[in-house]
Design a binder for this molecule. Structure first.
Ligand SMILES: [Zn+2]
Ligand SMILES: [Zn+2]
Length: 299
């Protein structure tokens, strides 16, 4: 697939408390990055689905863009076997300098389903079914502390102010009389974080359900109209109807179809949208630069 004058290649930026987790970067991704004014400071990680040009050729440019910052931190690149050598060889051949270290995390059959974790998220991966080894991802935000109970805090004699704030973020406090208060004394049960899936370039396969199970939002490939299912099958892709059907079965709350074939434009996109919605109402064809805010299920 190639970038078109009116449509960028598929790339997803997930922004969470100032951090940006990027999924895939084909040619021209830095144009979308700049247009979206994402900034570079929080950009510390990219997860790559597979080594097809439309998913990884934009990474060298993004790495160079990031080198314009003063003192950038370590950058993590997650992906299929070979992503490390692809980028290292490109860097050597082009001779560009990076003022920060790179860390590569490559899939291995023995490695399990957890690809990466930090203090905000856990990232899981599963092999999909494409013409090239391809990975799908599931991003899980960590659990949040339970709801603060102000009535209980008053009962315990905790004065309003900084103590309340500390307890709300899950830290213990010591009152002036020396009494210790644990957060669980004033907080409800821990609340689930938000979950997201990124699944592109695949035929229907079980792993899609594992990745998409009950997620708040799933970005899934919907490359073809159902009438072109033979192309989809031959090239290792999904139709919009196949994607919508799997999203529904997996209990996805909202599905966004991406990686749309350049053969479709205008009315085709409307037809894609309609046909997907007939199968699963909470599906829509994604457009360039669209922003989705994902609310907490219990808010
Ligand atoms: Zn591909
Ligand atoms: Zn592709």
């Amino acid at each position: 697939m190639m970038p078109m004058p009116n449509r960028l290649l598929t790339s997803l930026a997930v922004r969470l408390n100032g951090q940006i987790y990027l999924f895939d970067a084909g040619e021209g991704t830095q144009l979308g990055w700049k247009r979206a004014q994402l900034g570079l400071r929080g950009f510390k990680l990219i997860a790559v689905s597979h080594l097809h040009a439309d998913h990884c050729l934009g990474i060298p440019g993004l790495l160079m863009l990031r080198a314009q910052m003063d003192d950038p931190e370590l950058f993590t690149i997650i992906g299929p076997p070979g992503i490390g050598s692809f980028l290292q060889e490109t860097q050597r051949a082009l001779g560009f300098y990076l003022n920060y270290p790179l860390q590569f995390i490559e899939w291995s059959d023995a490695g399990g389903s957890l690809a990466y974790e930090d203090d905000q998220v856990r990232l899981f991966w599963q092999p999909l079914k494409h013409t090239q080894f391809c990975l799908g991802y599931r991003l899980e935000e960590r659990e949040r502390p339970g709801k603060f109970n102000p009535g209980r805090a008053v009962q315990l004699g905790i004065p309003k102010g900084p103590f309340w704030g500390k307890l709300q973020t899950g830290q213990g406090i010591v009152l002036e009389n020396g009494e210790e208060i644990r957060p669980d004394q004033v907080l409800g049960p821990a609340r689930s974080g938000r979950h997201l899936a990124y699944v592109v370039d695949t035929r229907p396969v079980k792993a899609i359900y594992t990745l998409c199970r009950n997620v708040d939002i799933a970005f899934m490939e919907g490359m073809f109209l159902p009438e072109d299912v033979e192309h989809a099958s031959a090239k290792g892709h999904l139709t919009v109807v196949e994607a919508a059907r799997m999203a529904k079965r997996a209990g996805v709350k909202q599905a966004v179809l991406v990686h749309i074939s350049p053969r479709y434009n205008g009315d085709d996109l409307l037809r894609m949208d309609e046909q997907a919605k007939e199968v699963f109402e909470q599906t829509a064809v994604g457009r360039d630069m669209e922003i989705y805010s994902v609310p907490y299920a219990d808010d």
